[in-house]
Design a protein around this ligand. Sequence first.
Ligand code: C5P
Length: 399
Amino acid sequence: MKAKRRKLNNTRVLVGITGSVAAYKAVDLIRRLKDEGASVKVVMTDASSRFITPLSIELAAGPGNVFCGMFDNPMAHIELAVESDLMVVAPATANTIGKFAQGMADDLLAACFMAYRGPVVLAPAMNWRMYESFSFKENLTLLKERGAFEVEPEEGPLACGEYGKGRMASVERIVEAAKAALCEKDLLGRKVVVTAGPTREHIDDVRFISNLSSGKMGFALARAAAARGASVTLISGPTVLALPDGVAFVPVTSASEMREAVLEEAAGAHALVMSAAVADFAPSVRLEGKGPKEDIEGGLSLTGNPDILAEAARLEARPLIIGFAAEAGQDTARAEDKRVAKGADYMVFNNVSDPEAGFDVDTNRITVLGGGSPVSHPLMSKEEAAHVVLDLLIPEPGA
Ligand code: C5P
């Protein structure tokens, strides 16, 4: 049976808003959750309504979907708890996190939390001194140990005028965490190494040879594997993408740096997913500074890069290896040849001349080669394609 994944569509999300200057961002969060197909109910603490009015929140959440007073409906805390699939508290203050951890139920949100049994996402927002305080850290750790997921705050200028770690995470990160919280943890206990992006092969200090890879497929793979509970190492060439939460990141530039990182990380990993577009050649000599144009015009001598995948496949305790073959055209034969020649277990073929499946787009149309006949999948988001690829790590019953 394939992994059961949960998207946010048809999910009942209970959003808790507490008293922080970041409370206004909850409007955007509620809209984004609804855009993803979730139905949203909101509980606001008294302090949060000092920062944003229940009316503004109701305009985002819809009429009748905002709850404030503990005694407006004495059973609301139980009904809301039982009727929610996911609880997201954003912003989450030190006070509310303290109440959650210590078993207090003196307002509607804390009472809901105590009665609720599903996945919880907390997005703390506070002054950095409070974030670093012993009591807060202890409370947060306790909640995390019990399964709550923290979307760590970001470092930056704070409302008090100080600078530090305490700004609530971006709405994008909170939505990602919400999706991850709903994912079945079918890769728990597995180490998955993912390569992503292009490599850069320097001609001199300012010029390089590279390719159009954006890293989007690899980052989606790392994010999806982490959401499914894997311990993930993402080895990536230069990209402009935001780092996924909960992933160990190894930045590299050249193919030879990527090779070193892969060989170190792949030993002992369960799976290596090579979505990086490794440059095939590197200049034989790297010039210093900005080399004179004439030296380069005369002809660039190139040397073939090491085939990282093939080398990883020869490791003694090799992980399961999934490669990506970006081909211009529909024919999968070359990709299958590559799979065999390099020693990959699977090769994921995609046609980069297809505008919906090429570099730097958010969608892909993949064909999985290996383990029997090729399996072609329809156009889907790179996020969905990532889950399809990761399903290869979950053996079918009886297989
Ligand atoms: O570039 P090519 O189509 O041969 O890439 C297929 C697969 O091999 C990809 O998974 C890529 O990450 C990997 N590769 C590699 N080292 C190279 C070239 C490609 O590991 N030098």
